[in-house]
Design a protein around this ligand. Structure first.
Ligand code: IPD
Ligand code: CA
Ligand code: CA
Length: 267
């Protein structure tokens, strides 16, 4: 098992990297040329900024922890190791970035076997660095954060991500939205799963759910939610939310109520 001392050191370095790569992303946004956007698939956009940001992160993490492997969105390095792997989304919120909307982030997690032990999410335009290490609490720009105290869905603001290329489950999803519109303070679609999770962790919203996600969208943010006193599960209430492609994260108080409704609608 990795020592807390080593983890603390990695956490500091990872924050530094996320902030520096975030500055690179912010700079590249000025005068960003839409012609540089490529399509990985239908509505699945990528730019040279995503790729270059990922290369910078991978190069620097390889130096600080050469024994670890990588799971990265843009596939800069595909070496997996058994014990340690970095899980990286260099730019979470690419569609916002490309359209000039302000919500996007750098998301970096470290997994030891199946467990996330460190997570950093840097929201580029608000200069907010959210981070946590296993058992050490959650922070934003060095101030401790806690999930909200709201007790009911009726008193909650909920974020989600709209499906944009896989529409197989769209009817159930729309049912869930209809229910939530009627029974919460409202719904938001921010455009960065990592930011959604950090907003649950910092008490700005009470809950977040989305399906069709990847490990690099959620690994860092999920740990930050848990370390802030929130709860994270998959849609069935189980623990398969990193690789299982669906996630529900809440302030803990509304988890059972939210999940019960989601299971009723989704089954
Ligand atoms: C996307 C964002 C978005 C979510 C999508 C993700 P990307 O990541 O997190 O909020 O709804 O499912 O794929 O493509 O911008 O890194
Ligand atoms: Ca992403
Ligand atoms: Ca991305």
């Amino acid at each position: 098992m990795i020592s807390n001392e080593k983890l603390g050191l990695f956490l500091e370095k990872t924050q530094e990297i996320a902030k520096e790569v975030g500055s690179f992303i912010r700079k590249e946004r000025q005068g960003f040329n839409l012609k540089t956007v490529e399509h990985k698939g239908f509505n699945d956009l990528v730019s040279y900024v995503d790729k270059e940001a990922e290369k910078q992160i991978v190069d620097r993490l390889s130096v600080i922890f050469p024994e670890a492997g990588f799971i990265t969105e843009e596939g800069t390095n595909t070496t997996r190791q058994e014990q340690f792997n970095w899980v990286i989304d260099p730019l979470d919120g690419t569609t916002n970035f490309i359209h000039g909307l302000p919500v996007y982030s750098v998301s970096i997690a470290l997994m030891e076997y199946e467990e996330v032990v460190l997570g950093v999410v840097y929201e580029v335009n608000r200069h907010e660095c959210f981070y946590a290490m296993k058992g050490g609490g959650a922070f934003c720009n060095d101030t401790p954060i806690r999930a909200s105290q709201a007790e009911t869905l009726a008193a909650s603001l909920i974020a989600t991500g709209f499906p944009y290329y896989n529409f197989e489950q769209i009817d159930k999803y729309l049912e869930a939205l209809k229910f939530l519109m009627r029974s919460t303070h409202g719904l938001r679609r921010l455009g960065s799963a990592a930011v959604d999770l950090c907003y649950v962790a910092s008490g700005r919203i009470e809950g977040y759910f989305e399906y069709n996600l990847n490990s690099y969208d959620v690994a860092a943010g999920a740990l930050i939610v848990q370390e802030a006193g929130g709860t994270v599960t998959d849609f069935a209430g189980g623990g398969d939310y990193i690789f299982g492609r669906n996630i529900v994260a809440t302030n803990s108080h509304i988890h059972v109520e939210f999940l019960t409704e989601l299971i009723r609608i989704w089954s």
